[in-house]
Design a protein around this ligand. Structure first.
Ligand code: PMP
Length: 400
């Protein structure tokens, strides 16, 4: 009955496959490689309890009261220092605290996209990013990736084609470090070149970076934002994967003019982000608890990543390929083109193992022969057993 009342925007909203599948994967007997959740084995429960208790005694009012829309001053200062550690030099007026980086994706889409505006994404791309762009009826053009991330040759050809047609893109959305879903990273030389292209073709770059601190081999790469001279890069950060997701605290780094517009957009969305969460993050950040947690997480996830790679090599048949992530939560598995990962998922779930099928990460329902494995949650034993079970499902399908 409500269909005729829904707005045009609401009519074209789609439910995320990932959310739907969570229901199936919640059964305790299922080994789930589906959700991109931080491990429950490493949540900083004691530290959070201790700091929270202390803050409630010391700063009761600030914890319980509304806070400024742009975010609490202490937290914004901590984020300025956090960005400085990455070599990104910004001031508090360049920071907006958001309710998770997902809100950053929504607000940026809200302030920049008119219905029909062209936005470029990677193919495949983060489902929540695609959803945000789609909700404001952006016209998504997707560009393929290879082992070094986004194919800039294809991007440039597309930009040239659009220019010749008198068209322009508003922004390009990408996850340059340990991409969700591919686990791949954009090569440093491509980051620099991408910023040059943005200057030449006059578009903005939305760099979504929840994972770069979770790097398991070698030093961190510079962010795309590190190469930004004109303020074209809007950077999204998050404490969800490097600390805790439940308090919903993320941030945007952008030119002041953009931050001012985002503040207006946020005011009518949620007035302010979680005040307790912001205080807690600022205190845990200053006391070194977040840095410590990042080190612990890197140790834990490195072992899980290694076990995943080892098990894939041991059990998966030669017809199947997968990516080798240097960090983050994910590896992307490609089956021969005649296999459909969604059909296979139902068979996998019968064997009590789950993943997310590839088409969820495509703006046009492609990637049907691929799937995402998230290795952040299962234990080492579960990883080996789960990958063994999956390999049996795949082999049966290949032989049928
Ligand atoms: N961007 C990417 C690439 C993600 O993987 C996620 C979480 N899965 C988010 C944004 C949203 O994270 P949050 O809102 O918890 O900060």
């Amino acid at each position: 009955m409500f269909e005729e009342y829904f707005s045009d925007n609401a009519k074209q909203m789609r439910s995320s496959e990932i959310r739907e599948f969570f229901k199936l994967t919640e059964k305790p007997e299922v080994i789930s490689f589906a959700g991109g959740f931080p491990s429950k084995d490493c949540l900083p429960i004691d530290q959070v309890q201790e700091v929270n208790k202390r803050l409630l005694l010391e700063a009761e009012e600030e914890m319980l009261q509304y806070s400024p829309t742009e975010g609490q001053e202490d937290l914004r200062k901590y984020i300025v220092d956090f960005m400085a550690q990455k070599g990104i030099d910004v001031g508090v007026d360049n920071i907006l605290v958001t309710s998770g980086s997902q809100q950053g994706l929504d607000l940026v889409s809200k302030i920049f996209i008119n219905p029909g505006d062209k936005v470029i994404t990677e193919s495949p791309s983060y489902v929540g990013g695609l959803g945000a762009i789609r909700n404001y009826r952006g016209d998504i053009l997707s560009i393929k990736v290879d082992n070094k991330g986004l194919r800039l040759d294809l991007l440039e050809a597309e930009l040239e084609r659009l220019t010749n047609n008198g068209q322009q893109i508003k922004f390009i959305y990408l996850v340059a470090d340990f991409n969700n879903p591919t686990g791949l990273s954009l090569a440093v030389e491509r980051r620099e070149k991408l910023v040059e292209l943005a200057e030449k073709y006059e578009f903005l770059i939305l760099e979504d970076d929840p994972y770069s601190k979770l790097k398991y081999d070698g030093p961190e790469r510079p962010a795309i934002k590190n190469f930004d001279k004109q303020g074209r890069v809007i950077y999204l950060g998050s404490f969800s994967k490097i600390f805790i997701p439940g308090i919903r605290v993320g941030w945007v780094v952008a030119a002041e003019e953009v931050i001012q517009k985002l503040i207006l957009a946020k005011q009518s969305t949620d007035l302010c982000s979680n005040s307790m969460g912001q205080r807690l993050i600022a205190a845990c950040g200053r006391e070194g608890i977040i840095d410590n947690q990042i080190k612990k997480l890197c140790r834990l996830y490195r072992r899980r990543r290694d076990k995943t790679m080892e098990s894939l090599n041991k059990y998966f048949p030669p017809e199947v390929n997968w990516t080798e992530p240097e960090g983050g939560f994910y590896t992307w598995v490609e089956l021969p083109p005649y296999l459909n990962s969604k059909d296979l998922l139902f068979k996998a779930i019968e064997q009590n193992v789950a993943y997310v099928s590839g088409e969820a990460f495509s703006s046009s329902g492609q990637k049907q022969n691929a799937f995402r494995l998230s290795f952040s949650q299962p234990t080492l034993e579960e990883i080996e057993e789960g990958i063994y079970r999956l390999s049996e499902v795949i082999k049966t399908e290949l032989n049928s």
